[in-house]
Design a binder for this molecule. Structure first.
Ligand SMILES: *Cc1c(COP(=O)(O)O)cnc(C)c1O
Length: 470
């Protein structure tokens, strides 16, 4: 038999989609999965078979029996019906991890999400007047109460907030910024690019490491709209440096009848220097300095949902609300629900520190981390001490999310080594577990930082190692 004939004969033995659909096992599957998905899995599977037969792989007839086709279809179906957005275990010790979803919500915020999303609400309805209202009122009062701001507006995220502020106040005009503050934030958000899109012209002054008040002053001209300070949240300039303090910048702007705007980036409400961290400016301090507008994220140090919070003078906030861009950047009701619940926790700082996961993780005391690291170590030794070595070690966590760069927070990690698996093999295996476990490697040792892990995560890691050794 010629090769071609042999291949054609094998291809003929391959079942058709219609035939496969009649298999009893497939009929069972159709009860549980959408028909369209099952069809895709069958087609993909048969196509792959056909292709490998045509390519005349070593044994073209292998794997065309019903049993192996069925198991291939099931595998493909499992892959097709998987969620793409899934929970992961963050064992990196980076608390506001930009790639792993930034902040976790407080239980109070989750409860509020449930209530507001499963019911109609007064999202845009004024209950006292019985007529159309504004969604922007819902977080405004509490933001003013907590920060001392005259007025507030919340949009989709902080990049949107910066865009809206500059578009409203400086379109076609100049914005003076220090060269040391022209930052790029992960995901290709560059302050200069956003400025350009807002229609404002960037006028950078000073040098990378030093900018003086006179640098701003000399750049002021009849086209200047505002002076802007950008918090260099994700990097540090060390050594011979100078930055103009916000109050001085505000004073200079106001002496020239200009506005002063600060992009605070992370935007904390609590001074974390009480917990041994470096001083980060709080939103309250920015307002106190007299700045006209300040913007920051809802899901960085604040520990709430993704949002862009704008605080400022009443007349300016009113202008932002009227800008058509606001509609394009508008905040969703779920975000508002979670944000209001998060903000309420800040009425008592101790409650905020206890209930908001981001703050709780940042301020977790060493004694607690030690106890938890020992527990994780013992759990893992129980199941995998034969092939792995687990030790508790000192290391450092990071706040992340563009807050407190270079700030190392002492922590305890479980360091994992093995004669059988190297660190990158351990990393890859844990990363492909369900749910995925994301740790980090340092000096060829795989590390799990307990600061960003909870008890459920411990159980997940234990199951992963149980699977690894079995
Ligand atoms: C993070 C950050 C932003 C962007 O905030 P998003 O909420 O991610 O849009 C803008 N400016 C600074 C200084 C930041 O740190």
């Amino acid at each position: 038999m010629s090769n071609e004939k042999r291949i054609n004969e094998i291809l003929r033995r391959l079942p058709a989609v219609d035939q496969v659909l009649k298999w009893p096992e497939i009929r069972d599957i159709l009860e549980k999965h959408p028909r369209k998905l099952v069809l895709s899995a069958i087609r993909e599977s048969l196509d792959a078979r056909r292709k490998s037969i045509l390519e005349m792989l070593d044994a073209p007839e292998s794997g065309i029996d019903a049993k192996s086709i069925l198991s291939d279809i099931l595998n493909r179906l499992e892959r097709l019906s998987r969620f793409t957005l899934v929970p992961v275990v963050n064992a990196t010790g980076i608390i506001v991890h930009t790639n792993l979803g930034r902040s976790l919500l407080a239980e109070e915020a989750l409860a509020r999400l449930q209530i507001i999303s499963s019911s109609y609400s007064n999202l845009e309805y004024d209950l006292s007047k019985g007529q159309r209202g504004s969604r922007y009122v819902h977080a405004e009062d509490i933001l003013c109460e907590l920060t001392g701001a005259e007025a507030a507006l919340v949009v989709n995220n902080n990049a949107g907030a910066v865009l809206l502020v500059l578009n409203t106040l400086a379109r076609g005009k100049e914005v003076i910024v220090s060269r040391g503050q022209l930052v790029e934030i992960g995901g290709a958000f560059r302050i200069p690019d956003v400025m350009e899109r807002s229609g404002a012209r960037l006028r950078d002054v000073g040098c990378t490491n030093r900018t003086h008040l006179r640098d701003y002053e000399e750049a002021i001209n009849e086209n200047t709209a505002l002076l802007m300070k950008v918090h260099n949240s994700n990097y540090m300039i060390v050594g011979f440096t100078k930055e103009v303090p916000l109050p001085d910048l505000v004073d200079l702007a106001h002496r020239h009848n200009l506005l002063a705007v600060e992009d605070l980036g992370s935007g904390s409400f609590i001074d974390l220097s009480q917990y041994g961290l470096r001083k980060e400016p709080t939103a309250q301090e920015a307002i106190k300095s007299g700045v006209d507008v300040v913007t920051f994220s809802g899901d960085k140090l604040l520990g709430g949902p993704q949002a862009g919070i704008i605080l400022g003078k009443k007349d300016l906030i009113a202008r932002f609300k009227k800008n058509p861009l606001t509609r394009a950047l508008r905040i969703d009701k779920l975000t508002l629900a979670a944000l209001e619940a998060t903000l309420r926790l800040y009425r008592d700082p101790d409650t905020a520190l206890d209930r908001i996961p981001t703050l709780k993780m940042i301020t977790a005391p060493m004694e607690e981390l030690t106890v938890r690291a020992e527990r994780l170590k013992n759990l893992l030794r129980e199941v995998a001490s034969g092939e792995f070595d687990f030790e508790v070690e000192n290391n450092f966590s990071q706040v992340g999310g563009g807050a407190l760069p270079g700030q190392n927070i002492p922590t305890r990690v479980v360091a994992i080594t093995s004669k059988k698996y190297n660190a990158s093999r351990i990393e890859k295996t844990l990363r492909s577990f369900d749910p995925p476990i994301i740790g980090r490697i340092e000096h060829d040792t795989y590390l799990l930082d307990v600061r960003t892990m909870n008890d459920k995560d411990f159980e997940t890691v234990k199951r992963a190692f149980l699977r690894l050794v079995s």
